[in-house]
Ligand binder design. Structure first.
Ligand SMILES: C[S@@+](CC[C@H](N)C(=O)[O-])C[C@H]1O[C@@H](n2cnc3c(N)ncnc32)[C@H](O)[C@@H]1O
Length: 234
């Protein structure tokens, strides 16, 4: 089976467990394990929300959106339109249920499918791919496509190859039959160069490298853009 097929099967089976990382309602032991082992999932979520503000009126693409936790937060903070794409249908089911419960489904467009094929439209003010490149064999064309689709800010995470949890993580994914790709700093910088991302902030966050590329800081959000257009007509 292809890399994509095995990753998709893994996340279809693991959707509920992955989504539960974001839940606070759990016992102290489970919380401790989650914090030590998967604390980066919550830390990078908080970092992204801080770095994308203000979100009001913006359009955002979330690649490998999983159960949609980032998309929901973007919509709750006022994003005009959020597209989340993931090829694991069980993840997208959860994302739609959460969006319905939170009353933001109208602002969210969740798609079951592969990136980039499932996102022929665009551009977006911002794009994110968090915990995504861990499962991608050839990131360059995907980063390049994200860059083409993004007007202003792109945020991506890449898991570190040299990190104390990396050997155990490799073992766990090998046992689960799911491909896992880990990166050196030099490799991430090569990928960014090959994908045409010239400048970026580099953040060393727990077991990940987080890259924040500001492609065009002056580009107005969709909301301010429509407001400017409106004012010009008056
Ligand atoms: C670890 S989850 C991260 C979910 C979410 N970004 C988060 O951090 O909460 C990675 C997701 O990427 C999806 N994925 C991996 N490769 C993909 C591809 N080429 N196209 C669409 N989805 C993909 C998987 O199905 C999985 O749900």
């Amino acid at each position: 089976m292809s890399v994509e097929g095995r990753v998709k099967d893994h996340f279809d089976a693991d959707a509920a467990r992955f989504d539960a990382i974001y839940d606070d309602a759990k016992g102290p032991v489970a919380r401790f394990i989650d914090d030590v082992w998967r604390g980066v999932v919550r830390r990078r979520y908080l970092l992204v929300l801080e770095r994308l503000e203000p979100l009001a009126g913006k359009t955002v693409l979330d690649v490998g959106c999983g159960s949609g936790r980032y998309c929901l937060a973007y919509a709750q903070r006022g994003a005009a339109r959020v597209v989340g794409v993931d090829f694991a249908a069980a993840m997208i089911d959860l994302a739609r249920q959460h969006a319905q419960r939170l009353g933001v489904l109208d602002h969210c467009d969740f798609r079951v499918g592969s990136f980039p094929e499932s996102v022929p439209d665009g551009p977006f003010d911002a794009s994110t791919a968090m915990g995504f490149f861990d499962y991608v064999a050839d990131p360059v064309p995907l980063v390049a496509r994200m860059r083409e689709l993004t007007r202003s800010t792109m945020i991506m995470s890449f898991p570190k190859a040299r990190e104390w949890r990396a050997p155990l993580r490799r073992l766990r994914f090998w046992l689960a039959g799911c491909p896992l790709f880990l990166y050196s700093e030099a490799r991430v910088r090569e990928i960014l160069k090959a994908a045409g991302v010239p400048s970026y902030d580099w953040i060393d966050l727990d077991r990940d490298y987080v890259v924040i590329a500001t492609l065009n800081p002056a580009f107005p959000s969709s909301q301010s853009h429509s407001r400017i257009v409106g004012e010009a007509r008056e």
